[in-house]
Write a protein that binds this ligand. Structure first.
Ligand code: SAH
Ligand code: TYD
Ligand code: ZN
Length: 414
């Protein structure tokens, strides 16, 4: 291991202290969004990307965590609003919260990981009191420029208590694609306990273990995705901190998530969907090591298939270009050992990624215009969660004879 990633005391669960049993080793990995300048000379930080499951509370989690300031900082390159589909999605989330939970005289909503204000912008437009926590300075400034109130800190026990002291309790604490990024979940839950009003709800949505296993979408595992939730593990965690899992909703915004709703124990009647999802997880043995080891075997199969297909295409003189320099792609590229000899470049709309190299494998990143100049034979879709939006904006590629290459749920061409 290079750098200073921290290993929790050998195999101890970050939530309950139980024994974490490893079921998949994705090798040495760089920071997923540490895109490099072409002439950078400093050694890349790497850490062992291994994942396991706690035998006591069933929480699926990484065995090593990366210091948070190495991932979330002023140059954090992920802008939530870069997808139009996600803009529409989060406007809808905000409208739903306004209609269902933020109905008192002077409601207050706090978001953990508001990024560029994609969700809170709609809350602000409705004139509702709000505060976003966003430690990554660049995207936080974008949210502020859009009129959203942002605190440039990590949400945790101390910062949550400060907000409560200054602004009172929150009716809703909401978080999308962020809670699973936070190894120090105990501190976050104590913060939620301090800040949430007596009848409030803590709503968070993240990739769902059930979808990752079904789709073999192992690229959902990377430095930032420390936890992969199941209803079973979330219910157990909620109970440890005096909360109850009162609703679950399956989503397909980013390739398969669940929106979990937690309330203080005994304050709300759990929706039938909770028992249904728990029963489904039991029935399929989602948290069993045998299931997770089968998943790991499928991951190896996808790696072998993908490397073989790319190697064959290159041997036939075909050009393959990547589409979407996603965080997720770092796991695929580095686990499979796919570099510029197999994938010529990756195109992406994000300005600050242009001209840089992907972490670990050093594939150049270019603007979307490079994609058509001229079109490659195959486009390897790293942003597969945005397939519909991307394919709809690139009709000329397939009309010119190009084909999309995907690896979720298996390696196939469309
Ligand atoms: N909610 C947005 C952003 C997800 S990216 C969306 O769904 O698109 C995750 C964000 O969480 C990043 O912007 C990162 O800076 C932020 N983050 C990481 N740790 C955090 C913490 N402890 N508190 C608040 N935000 C955090
Ligand atoms: P995303 O899959 O949302 O997340 P992550 O990085 O967490 O895996 O990332 C989407 C990336 O794809 C982002 O860098 C922007 C890029 N992108 C495009 O290049 N074109 C598009 O049309 C869309 C929707 C995204
Ligand atoms: Zn545990």
């Amino acid at each position: 291991m290079t750098g200073n990633s921290s290993v929790h005391s050998k195999g101890a669960c970050r939530v309950c202290g139980g024994t974490v049993e490893e079921f998949l080793d994705l090798g040495s990995q760089p920071i997923s969004q540490a895109f490099l300048e072409p002439r950078a000379t400093e050694k890349e930080f790497t850490f062992p990307l291994t994942i396991g499951r706690c035998a006591s509370c069933m929480m699926v989690q990484l065995l090593h965590d990366v210091p948070r300031h190495l991932m979330f900082h002023r140059e954090y390159p992920f802008h939530s609003s870069s997808s139009q589909a996600m803009q529409a999605y989060f406007a809808d989330v905000a409208r739903t919260l306004l209609r269902t939970e933020l109905t008192d005289d002077d409601p207050f909503i706090v978001e953990i990981g508001c990024n560029d204000g994609i969700m809170l912008g709609t809350i602000k437009d409705a004139g509702v009191r709000h505060l976003g926590f966003e430690p990554s300075g660049g995207v936080a400034d974008e949210a502020r420029a859009a009129g959203v109130r942002v605190r440039g800190d990590f949400f945790e026990e101390g910062t949550a208590k400060e907000v409560c002291a200054a602004e009172g309790t929150a009716d809703v604490i909401y978080s999308a694609n962020t809670l699973c990024h936070i190894p120090y979940l105990d501190s976050v839950m104590r913060g939620v306990d301090a800040l949430l009003g007596p009848n409030g709800v803590f709503v968070f949505e993240d990739p769902y273990l059930g979808d990752v296993v079904t789709k073999t979408s192992f690229d959902q595992i990377y430095d930032e995705h420390f936890y992969l939730w199941s209803a079973e593990s979330v219910r157990a965690t909620a109970a440890r901190f005096g909360f109850e899992l009162v609703d679950v909703l399956r989503l397909s915004a980013h390739g398969g998530e669940v929106r979990f709703t937690l309330a203080r124990a005994g304050t709300r009647t759990p929706a039938p969907a909770v028992a249904e999802l728990l029963a489904e997880e039991q029935q399929r043995g989602l948290s069993e090591l045998a299931t997770l080891r089968r998943f790991a075997a499928n991951v190896n199969g996808i790696r072998d298939d993908l490397v073989r297909v790319l190697t064959d295409l290159r041997a036939q003189g075909r050009r393959v270009v990547g589409y979407g320099a996603t965080a997720k792609s770092a796991t695929v590229l580095n686990y499979c050992g796919i570099g510029p000899e197999l994938v010529e470049f990756v195109c992406d709309t994000t300005l600050e990624k242009h001209g840089k190299l992907t972490p670990g494998q050093h594939i150049p990143i270019r603007p979307p215009a490079a994609f058509a100049d001229p079109y490659p034979d195959y486009a390897l879709l790293f942003a597969w969660n945005h397939a519909e939006e991307i394919m709809a904006k690139e009709p000329a590629f397939t009309e010119a004879g190009g084909r999309w290459l995907l690896y979720v749920p298996d390696v196939h061409v469309v």
